[in-house]
Design a binder for this molecule. Structure first.
Ligand code: FAD
Length: 461
């Protein structure tokens, strides 16, 4: 067995682990990164990136055949033919450009990368079944970044026609019908994309509403659009199992119903990956199913750190990356804590939804607030793009006007999340946002207008 030693050993090459490795390398720390599958983890290989590529392909196809919108501009609809195997090849191309880039960045930072499953022996040692043979790696600091995996449903175990999000993103042929279990962001993003690709989609959700992490006002435009796209949404319904190409569900009254589903996508959430690599040997304090961490991402064991989805919600790539960067800096001697005002949450449904900071309801629990929204129907850019549904909403303290939260729903509002997050991190007041010149014509003007509205004088409403 080969013996290696390093200052920092990172297990997992997803956004948490690879960013920690790059930053550690940049800071001159002798670093080894171990990844059992592919660099980039869930996000680059089977999550954020392929799903957004699929959404783009689906939207392009859908737009080409939208007679009403095209006709209004004097254009004709094109046939909506699709070679889905080629779509899949294109998506893989996007993924491999990015994952290849991660490999280059790691090399540039002087990080040693190993491919293989790491098994933890103790807080300073791991064994790796690497391509190049068995390795024992000793380290001073161990960073755990093993991520998460799709949660299965006992009644619908993954396999065959029952798909996880990973399986759904690997399809090379479109099914005629698809049932999506779970109306969270992964289920709705993928369900909407498949509907736009011509698949008959039904969403089954146990709760009484879609996207339960957002308030009802924000999700209403998404529900409306799902209906326009012909996606049937069954709320208050539970999946019971699958029989001969049909999904059995219990409706809101407990009555059993069946619906045709050539494929079933189970998207009921993700759980931290804690099994199968010796984590139990460390006997770390847990927080439910996740590894418990403090504000520095330190675990209950000295010099063992945990970052990313392994540490629980919010399971988002940008949180994972920020944690990774921070832990590398702490190991290098910096005094840092994860004290961000807000972590933006974006849902790439149609329309997109953004939440940064507190919702009106959450903010009201802390005191008096001002809330105002500006609709995209009064925004020039939205009209030029034929998408005037949705709004930007701003929430601020009533006394000093400090912005506490910003939400938006609308086409392409994901790009506004940066401005919202910056406003919160900089402690902006309504007056700061309103006084900032926002370029015309852009969606971002709705942000400034919402601030004007909260101050009692929207200009374009
Ligand atoms: P992961 O990305 O899961 O990486 C962990 C890595 O560790 C994996 O590559 C795994 O192979 C490796 N590993 C595990 N155990 C071992 C071991 N013992 N030895 C060696 N290697 C090991 N987030 C967003 O912010 N925006 C989005 O739009 C978004 N869309 C998503 C869409 C889908 C369909 C899915 C499934 C997820 C999406 N996410 C999105 C979530 C995002 O992918 C995760 O939050 C992010 O990948 C977490 O990063 P991580 O590094 O903690 O874990």
């Amino acid at each position: 067995m080969n013996e290696l030693s390093c200052k920092v050993l990172i297990i997992g090459g997803g956004p948490a682990g690879y960013v920690a490795a790059i930053r550690a390398g940049q800071l001159g720390l002798d670093t080894i990164l171990v990844e059992s599958e592919r660099l980039g983890g869930t996000c680059l290989n089977v999550g954020c990136i392929p799903s957004k590529a699929l959404i783009h392909a689906a939207e392009t196809r859908h737009a080409l055949g939208d007679e009403a919108k095209l006709g209004a501009m004097g254009l004709s609809a094109a046939p909506r033919e699709i070679d889905f195997a080629r779509t899949n090849t294109w998506i893989k191309g996007v993924v491999s450009r990015l994952t290849g880039g991660v490999g280059v960045l790691l090399k540039k930072a002087g990080v040693r990368s190993l491919r293989g499953l790491a098994t933890i022996s103790d807080g300073k040692t791991a064994l790796v079944a690497a391509d190049t043979g068995e390795q024992r790696i000793r380290c001073e600091h161990l960073i755990l970044a093993t991520g998460s995996e799709p949660t299965p449903l006992p009644a619908l175990p993954f396999g065959g026609d029952v798909l996880s999000s990973t399986d759904a993103l690997a399809l090379t042929q479109l099914p005629a019908s698809l049932a999506v279990i779970g109306a969270g962001y992964i289920g709705l993003e993928l369900g909407t994309a498949f509907a736009k690709l011509g698949v008959s989609v039904t969403v089954v959700e146990a709760l009484e509403r879609i996207l339960p992490l957002y308030d009802a006002e924000l999700t209403q435009p998404v529900a409306r659009r799902l209906a326009e796209l012909g996606v049937e949404v069954r709320l208050g319904a539970r999946a019971l199992g699958r029989e001969g190409g049909e999904l059995r569900i219990a409706d809101a009254y407990g009555d059993e119903q069946r619906l045709r589903a050539d494929k079933v996508l189970v998207a009921v959430g993700r759980r931290p990956r804690t099994q199968g690599f010796g984590l139990e040997r460390l006997d770390l304090a847990m927080s439910g199913p996740s590894v418990r961490i403090d504000e520095r991402c330190a675990t209950s064991m000295r010099n063992v750190w945990a970052i990313g989805d392994l540490t629980g919600e919010p399971m988002l790539a940008h949180r994972a990356m920020a944690q990774g960067e921070m832990v590398a800096e702490i190991i290098a001697g910096a005094k840092r804590a994860f004290d961000r005002v807000a972590i933006p949450a974006v849902t790439f449904t149609d329309p997109e939804v953004v939440n940064v900071g507190l919702s009106p309801e959450g903010a009201r629990e802390r005191g008096e607030i001002k809330v105002a929204a500006f609709p995209f129907r009064a925004n020039g850019r939205a009209l030029t793009l034929q998408r005037d549904d949705g709004f930007v909403r701003i929430v601020a303290r009533a006394d000093n006007h400090v912005v506490l939260g910003v939400q938006a729903v609308g086409a392409a509002v994901s790009e506004l999340s940066a401005a919202f997050a910056l406003a919160l991190e900089m402690g902006a007041r309504l007056e700061d946002v309103a006084a900032t010149i926002h370029a015309h014509p852009t969606h971002s003007e709705a942000f400034a207008e919402a601030a004007h509205a909260a101050l009692g004088h929207a200009l374009h409403l």
